[in-house]
Design a protein around this ligand. Structure first.
Ligand code: SAH
Length: 210
């Protein structure tokens, strides 16, 4: 059993680490993170670490999930329609859903996507559209998006993703190879504005689907 206290401790740690948006903290308090990882690792579910989720992929550490969600929400009344690339175990998807987003999420590995579907169902969060596809192309049928979040590291920003952003929309993603940084792209009436944020460590964005 994962106690209430364990979950609260994660939220308190996120506050100390500088997360201020109560909407993000509430969503992360409510999502049972231990349901998204293997039982053998469940005791570490609320620690500030990334953990393996199979097929060489990882669930991001809580601070990174919080930071990226906070960046999408900053100065906004709501998240609106969000495209996630790299569903993984579905934890970030769950946090976005709890924070009120309408979520489309793309994963290139069918086996991982199946697990995410089970995890999200166990967490009673069934409203995301999960798509087995290569995220480089985005999801033109459902575009434009108010926000796009990519949870695998790209060498270069896929141009389709910027095309599929609404004016006023934001794209947050890790860019780099060995050395990676979070970048925020905002589509304004005057074009794209980009800002560089902290160093991160994500698995790479890979081509094609399997
Ligand atoms: N947000 C996830 C993080 C998963 S790790 C979580 O909370 O668990 C990144 C995921 O991106 C992996 O599952 C990987 O298979 C996926 N991925 C990598 N390249 C991709 C691509 N081109 N399109 C879609 N998914 C991709």
């Amino acid at each position: 059993m994962i106690s209430e206290r364990t979950r609260l401790r994660m939220i308190e740690r996120l506050r100390q680490q500088g997360i201020r948006d109560e909407r993000v903290l509430a969503a992360m308090y409510e999502v049972p993170r231990h349901l998204f990882i293997d039982q053998a690792l469940a005791t570490r579910a609320y620690d500030d670490v990334s953990l393996p989720i199979g097929q060489g992929q990882t669930i991001s550490q809580p601070l990174t999930v919080a930071r990226m969600t906070e960046k999408l929400l900053e100065g906004k009344a709501s998240l609106g329609k969000i495209l996630e690339i790299g569903t993984g175990c579905g934890y970030q998807t769950a946090v976005l859903l709890k924070a009120g987003a309408q979520v489309y999420s793309i994963e290139r590995l069918a086996g991982i996507l199946d697990k995410a579907r089970v995890n999200l169902r166990n967490a009673k969060l069934v409203h995301a559209r999960l798509v087995h596809s290569d995220g480089h192309q985005g999801l033109p049928d459902a575009a434009p998006f108010d926000g796009i979040i990519m949870t695998a590291a790209a060498r270069h920003v896929p141009p389709a993703l910027l095309d599929q952003l609404q004016t006023g929309g934001r794209l947050i993603l890790p860019v780099g190879d060995q050395e990676q940084f979070l970048w925020l792209y905002e589509k304004t009436n005057n074009g794209i504005q980009k800002t560089k944020h902290e160093a991160v460590h994500f698995v790479p964005l890979l081509p094609g689907k399997q």
